[in-house]
Design a protein. Structure first.
Lengths: 319, 311
């Protein structure tokens, strides 16, 4: 287990329990099980307390945890017959974006998502989940395909943001994002989106302009990273904690603001401590949201989606 | 007057600029001269204003407020403001080093404007249009709920009046103090653009210096025709962020209007002094109207009549 900065006290206790057990194994005469169990219980209570009241900044760290399930894991577990479709037919295939046709339960769907990678090699290959224009253009192409063949679209959002690179800018990063958002608003099929980790700014909204948007309990969705916001408004990147509070980027705040429709609960200690349970919970949420939208006519789906976004933000945070 | 746009209830606040005193509030001695930031030439304020804030020595395009721009754009300097629906002030109760409402008030005081966008309608060379311009001097033109509402109001007015929409963009990006609601303006304003497209109305975007971030990645890149002012910075990620990411120097002129034109991201780069004529030519052709009447025109008769009734 990779411990996060704020989990250090927990790491210490769990480390001690582990040490005791090792000692017990090497000295069969000494019985350490009681002490080890006591430490386990202490760790459990501590974990519960920690995750019951995660601060927005802590949630940012959980959302970025390397062992959190990623798009690839969800596709492997929740979809069958996944057939990836590559390329933007213009320049390249962007590996930061996975996508293709697949079956969700029995229904054929189009699934698209940013993939961050899970080890050094795949992270570099996936560009840490930061798409270039080709990634958005691939998504547009897949959404058009879905629209033509009446397949629901499921997007999985997990990106620090669109890639800020020279080539990406030259090839029209802004235009690609704008067109992807526009395409989301045009398709006459159910479009549902789950923010599974980081919902980074325009790079996220280009996939998440959906009829239904769900968020994992400890995922985040924001106009800018807390670090970026802190360096601009506080002129001090170390104020990221304050910026995370101010930005209201947690699933709980976003639901109050009417920006997302549902929160998917994570197992105790976060998705990284219960990958299978998390994936199953996301699967249930997708199933429910698809059911809510089934039988709706194309015009109705488009109209509802547009109205949802036109109405957004008119209330503010009543807290 | 029995019909026409001037009786619609979302029009408020009739504007009739007194041309000669337009720049009077700047006529304090120390502001009589402006130094061109590019070439250093000292420019006399009246000459600079007549030149649409373009340096007469090096053609550098300085910022121009929406109100000054519209005064020069519309026939006889006459336009009518379109009301933008109110927004919840400080929807997130955002706190950084200053309170957001205090930042807003300071910007309002400095600019004399309510927010970072002005929506108007009027005639340009006898061509009725709806126009909307973003004000970089107001919190860097940043996009929050008000800017979103302004674009939606502009699109609705254009559809209702069957007029083309011309949009002048200028923004440092998102209004961070509105957090996720700022981000949500990307889909919201995209819906506004779709309203225009479905109504078959031309939507012309003029990108001015600088247009960045989520603004570029939404309504500012979705025009039927994309024009930019010379040397305007137009990007998603800013040059500083990119240099930090790729750790190399960017080429000369990177992300400037001419560079984007070369890379196929724009239709045209047009000098501010030619913009009016060009806009009229484009919207008249796209909406099947006859060629425009050339030259400066006095205020339209209809507007004068409306002005009389309004005052
Ligand atoms: Zn100059």
């Amino acid at each position: 287990m990779n411990y996060l900065e704020f989990e250090k006290p927990l790491a210490e206790i769990e480390g001690k329990a582990e040490e005791l057990r090792t000692m017990g194994r090497t000295n069969p005469g000494t019985d350490v099980s009681k002490e080890a169990e006591a430490l386990d219980r202490k760790a459990e209570v501590m974990l519960k307390d920690m995750y019951k009241a995660l601060t927005p900044w802590q949630k940012c760290q959980v959302a970025r945890h390397p062992e959190r399930p990623h798009t690839r894991d969800y596709i492997d577990a929740l979809f069958s017959e996944y057939t990836s479709l590559a390329g933007d037919r213009n320049f390249a295939d962007d590996h930061a974006v996975m996508g293709g046709i697949a079956r969700f339960q029995d229904t054929p769907v189009v699934v698209i998502g940013q993939e961050k990678g899970s080890d050094t090699k795949s992270r570099i290959e996936r560009n840490f989940g930061m798409a270039r224009p080709e990634g958005y253009r691939k998504a547009i192409r897949l959404m058009e395909l879905a629209d033509r063949f009446r397949l629901p679209v499921i997007t999985l959002v997990d990106t620090p943001g669109a890639y800020p690179g020279k080539g990406a800018e030259e090839r029209g990063q802004a235009e690609a994002i704008a067109r992807s958002t526009e395409k989301c608003l045009q398709i006459g099929v159910p479009l549902i989106s789950v923010i599974i980790g980081e919902g980074g700014s325009g790079g996220a909204v280009a996939f998440a302009t959906a009829n239904r948007v769900a968020m994992l309990e400890h995922s985040v969705y924001s106009v800018i990273t807390p670090e970026g916001c802190a360096s601009i408004l506080w002129k001090d990147a170390d104020k990221a904690k304050d910026a995370a509070e101010a930005l209201r980027l947690t699933a709980q705040d976003l639901q109050k603001l009417g920006v997302i429709d549902r929160i998917v609960k994570e197992p105790m200690g976060g998705a990284q401590r219960g990958r299978k349970e998390t994936i199953e919970a996301v699967g249930k949420a997708i199933e429910t949201m698809l059911k809510e939208l089934s039988g709706k006519k194309p015009e109705g789906l488009i109209k509802d989606r547009r109205q949802k976004f036109l109405d957004m933000g008119t209330k503010g945070l009543a807290a | 007057m029995t019909e026409g746009p001037f009786r619609m209830n979302w029009i408020s606040n009739y504007v009739r600029p007194k041309i000669n005193s337009l720049f009077s509030r700047r006529e304090v001695p120390e502001n009589l001269w402006t130094k061109c930031p590019e070439c250093g030439t000292m420019l006399f304020h009246r000459e600079l204003a007549d030149n649409l804030n373009v340096c007469s020595n090096c053609e550098h395009h300085m910022a121009i407020t929406p109100r000054d721009r519209f005064t020069k754009l519309f026939d006889g300097g006459i336009f009518v403001e379109i009301k933008v629906p109110d927004v919840t002030v400080d929807p997130l109760q955002f706190r950084d080093q200053k309170k957001y409402p205090d930042r807003l008030k300071a910007a309002q005081k400095a600019s004399g404007e309510k927010e970072a966008m002005l929506v108007v309608t009027g005639e340009v060379a006898r061509t009725p249009i709806v126009a909307v311009a973003q004000d970089f001097s107001f919190m860097a033109g940043s996009m929050g709920m008000y800017v979103g509402n302004a674009i939606i109001a502009a699109a609705k007015a254009a559809v209702e009046m069957k007029r083309p929409l011309v949009l002048f963009s200028a923004a440092g990006g998102a209004r961070m103090q509105e957090g996720i609601l700022s981000l949500m303006q990307m889909p919201r304003t995209t819906v506004a653009v779709q309203m225009l497209k479905e109504a078959g109305l031309p939507y012309v975007v003029v990108l001015t210096h600088p247009t960045t971030g989520g603004v570029t990645a939404s309504y500012a890149m979705l025009g039927d025709v994309q024009i930019a002012e010379p040397n305007a910075l137009i990007c998603f990620a800013g040059p500083r962020v990119i240099e930090q990411t790729i750790r190399e120097k960017l080429p000369e002129g990177f992300q400037r209007a001419e560079y984007l034109l070369d890379h196929g991201m724009l239709d045209r780069v047009t000098h501010r002094k030619k913009m009016r004529e060009e806009l009229v030519t484009i919207v008249r052709m796209l909406s099947g109207q006859s060629p425009a009447i050339a030259g400066d025109l006095p205020a339209p008769a209809l507007a004068t009549a409306a002005a009389t009734t309004a005052t």
